[in-house]
Design a protein around this ligand. Structure first.
Ligand SMILES: Cc1ncc(COP(=O)(O)O)c(C=O)c1O
Length: 631
């Protein structure tokens, strides 16, 4: 069957169809996509479009799923909208990779890009309708030869929906803006040479190269927030009769089923204390725990598992460094530099250390946007400074600090650096070697893992030089009443029975993030943040606090006429969870003359539709100007 393209209602002019430009935008490679492009090219040359052939290709795409070699290839029914964790449950990917061209995408700062993104919101109503129509039944909408072409397009409920729509409409290489990670702002055809803030120009990890030393082709499907949401059971909760909208991700993230299942499996099949018995379950539990350590190592690109210490979280990690390395190396006259942005967890331990040692705490100021003033920071970096400790992303303002540059500056002054990754690990790629951080700390619960577990990374020579912190079992080689010989790191710093099950859960969380691809997450969240920023700015009386050019996840604000708690409570009535308060970062809020803000914070499972609900609720609140009238 062949029809003239002039009969195709709603289709673009195929004469301007440029397959190469489209191919350049695709998030990965797929043989069927190439075939569909060839078909489109033929159509543009002949003016005829072979629907039967297209239907065949789409059927193959639908039934084959992904190319051989992809972990997703094992699941032929991917397009039936199964949850990603089920699809990839037995596949452990190395860190997801993106073609070089994609990583060198332009950097729209959220401020310069905001206006253009306001108009590129995807039509979620139609996506949701599609999911209802096809998702639950798994019915293949492409099985009939008689299928109408517009149905074919509308019915495409698979990860390449947007790309196929573009092919069929003969779309130019203009980015779609928000729905397709591969063709959004990351479009190489838009390339300027400034990289995204969240993509480090670090060399690729060895694990990212295949056996031939080349980048593997697509190791992940395009990112789809509506698909990944299905992996998080709690996102189906109703709160006050409304669907839960979880915008408190900076406080803690929700957990995918893969993590819940992994912890449950541990207690059902592996539970034992570790490292100390000859029996089967001890071996299973030890293996699971040490595999989790290897996953953390890979996730942050530490050189060895011996550099990864399991701790309770960021707070404990910072305290560990302060009370071991700090106590050994600081004395009167020495200085510690932190930034004005810090969470209390990165202030109080250093104050305590200063009290004990006589060292002084200095604070690098920020400008009115909430970014560290590098010239002022530089002035603080004298030879007296032994340690610099700062956050990669501010939990109160969302500022992304220029971490690599600040670390280099500190090193030039001879100081060691602790980088607080609590708010960054879930939003951008972490490479402790490329950053050259001396210590890096994060909490599992902020990266879709369990509470009560986190990690401290330290450079090998620093860990070797650090005295033990807590004493007890697990960290010793030999004990007599006269003396104790300690293990080397990491065991030296893991006294007693640790949080074994949750370490395993953390490993599962990081593997889950790897399967989705941290760069996919970073791109999507950046676009969502740009959209949300523009939308919030339209709410009368709303004042955003923290307007740095480089930001991640956080949108702190005040609303005229309301206390932060009132806004938080009103939003809760609508099922929306945001934090209101001082966010354990009082100094930075006071820098802006405030005691509290309202703080929505985004994760990759948040959607444009959720942002719309938030903004509409705030618009209503703003228009009533009095909390008691809020309905
Ligand atoms: C930047 C930053 N540092 C440290 C912490 C402390 O993390 P935890 O409470 O998990 O130890 C947080 C928690 O919000 C944070 O946002």
């Amino acid at each position: 069957m062949s029809i003239n393209n002039t009969n195709l209602a709603g289709f673009g002019d195929l004469s301007s169809f440029e397959p190469e430009a489209l191919l350049g935008q695709l998030p990965g490679e797929h043989p069927r996509m190439a075939a569909a492009l060839a078909l489109g090219k033929q159509a543009s040359e002949t003016g005829h479009f072979d629907v039967a052939e297209l239907s065949r290709i789409v059927n193959e795409l639908y039934s084959e799923g992904f190319p051989a070699g992809s972990p997703l290839a094992k699941q032929p029914d991917f397009a039936s909208n199964d949850s990603l964790s089920h699809i990839a449950s037995d596949a452990v990917l190395p860190n997801a990779t993106s073609p070089k061209g994609v990583t060198e995408a332009p950097t729209p700062s959220i401020w310069s890009a905001a206006p253009s993104f306001a108009s590129t919101k995807p039509d979620f109503a139609s996506v949701e309708a599609l999911q209802l129509q096809y998702g639950s039944s798994g019915a293949n909408p492409f099985s009939s030869n008689d299928i109408a072409l517009d149905q074919l397009i509308v019915g495409l409920n698979n990860p390449y929906e947007n790309e196929l729509k573009q092919i069929l409409s003969g779309a130019s290489s203009k980015p779609s803006g928000v729905t397709s990670v591969g063709s959004g702002v990351g479009n190489p055809s838009n390339s300027s040479h400034s990289p995204y803030y969240f993509l480090q120009d670090s060399p690729l990890h060895e694990s990212q190269l295949n056996q031939t030393g080349k980048l593997p082709s697509a190791s992940h499907p395009p990112f789809d927030a509506n698909l990944v949401r299905k992996d998080f059971p709690i996102l189906s909760e109703l709160v006050n009769g409304r669907p839960l909208i979880w915008l408190d991700n900076a406080a803690t993230t929700q957990k995918p089923q893969a993590v819940i299942d992994r912890i449950s499996y541990f207690y059902q099949h592996e539970n034992s204390n570790i490292h100390r018995a000859a029996h089967e379950l001890a071996a299973r539990a030890t293996d699971a725990y040490e595999e989790a350590r290897e996953t953390v190592r890979r996730f942050i690109n530490a050189p060895s598992i011996d550099n990864v210490i399991f701790v309770r979280g960021t707070t404990e990690a910072i305290n560990l460094v302060a009370k071991t390395w700090g106590k050994k190396h600081l004395s009167e006259g020495d200085e510690i530099v932190i930034s004005h942005l810090e969470h209390h967890a990165n202030i109080v331990p250093w104050q305590q250390l200063c009290q004990e040692t006589g060292a002084k705490l200095k604070v690098a100021p920020v400008d009115d946007s909430g970014q560290v003033l590098l010239a002022e920071y530089q002035k603080l970096l004298t030879s007296r400074v032994k340690l610099v400790s700062f956050t990669q992303v501010s939990n109160a303002l969302g500022t992304v600090t220029p971490a690599a540059e600040m670390i280099q500056m500190a090193h030039r002054a001879g100081a060691k650096v602790l980088l607080d990754g609590a708010q960054s690990v879930s939003h951008m790629r972490t490479d402790v070697q490329a950053l050259d951080a001396d210590f890096f700390v994060f909490s599992g619960h902020k990266v879709f893992g369990p509470t009560g577990i986190g990690a401290l990374y330290g450079k090998p020579e620093l860990l070797a030089d650090m005295p033990a912190w807590q004493g007890g079992g697990n960290m010793i080689q030999d004990v007599t009443f006269d003396k104790t010989v300690y293990h080397d790191a990491p065991s030296k710093f893991e006294a007693g029975t640790g949080n074994i099950a949750d370490a395993v859960g953390l490993g599962a969380a990081l593997e889950y993030v790897e399967r989705i691809g941290i760069d996919n997450i970073a791109r999507y969240e950046h676009e969502l943040l740009v959209y949300a920023t523009a939308a919030l700015c339209k709410v009368p009386g709303l004042c955003l606090i923290g307007t740095a050019k480089e930001k991640a996840s956080v949108l702190s604000f005040t609303l005229e006429g309301y206390k932060s708690e009132e806004v938080g409570a009103a939003l809760n009535q609508e099922g929306i969870a945001v934090r209101s308060g001082h966010h354990c970062a009082q100094p930075i809020l006071r820098r802006f003359g405030l005691e509290t803000t309202v703080r929505p914070s985004l994760a990759f499972y948040n959607t444009y539709a959720e942002v719309d609900v938030l903004v509409n609720a705030l618009l209503r609140l703003s228009s009533t100007k009095a909390p008691t009238n809020f309905s």
